[in-house]
Design a protein around this ligand. Sequence first.
Ligand SMILES: *[C@@H]1O[C@H](CO)[C@@H](O)[C@H](O)[C@H]1NC(C)=O
Ligand SMILES: [Cu+2]
Length: 111
Amino acid sequence: MAQGRSSAMGLVALVLVVFGLLELSTATTYTVGDNGGWTFGVSDWPKGKKFVAGDVLVFKYPAAAHDVVALNADGYDSCSAPPHSKTYTSGNDSITLKKGANFFLCSFGEH
Ligand SMILES: *[C@@H]1O[C@H](CO)[C@@H](O)[C@H](O)[C@H]1NC(C)=O
Ligand SMILES: [Cu+2]
């Protein structure tokens, strides 16, 4: 029987809408998932936050369990990473947000 892509724990994926930089605003650094880090169920983490271009996301995770792929909308919607996607694997990756939609997911298994 075919397995669905969603798991009870949720996907390791984020979609952010990033606003243009306001003059005089300073960049904020966020640790994705706060204490839990980049892991299952992190998709709800952005709720209630407002991100602006230049803000930095720090992805913390065990490198054996996850990675971080920065995607465009097409790759995110099809849940597969296009070949030239930027992939981060250090377990402690700082990524600066760009204006517009920013997508991040883990390419391990069906995460
Ligand atoms: C993660 O990276 C930041 C910035 O590069 C560094 O300051 C910090 O010490 C690193 N933390 C760990 C746990 O490696
Ligand atoms: Cu993963």
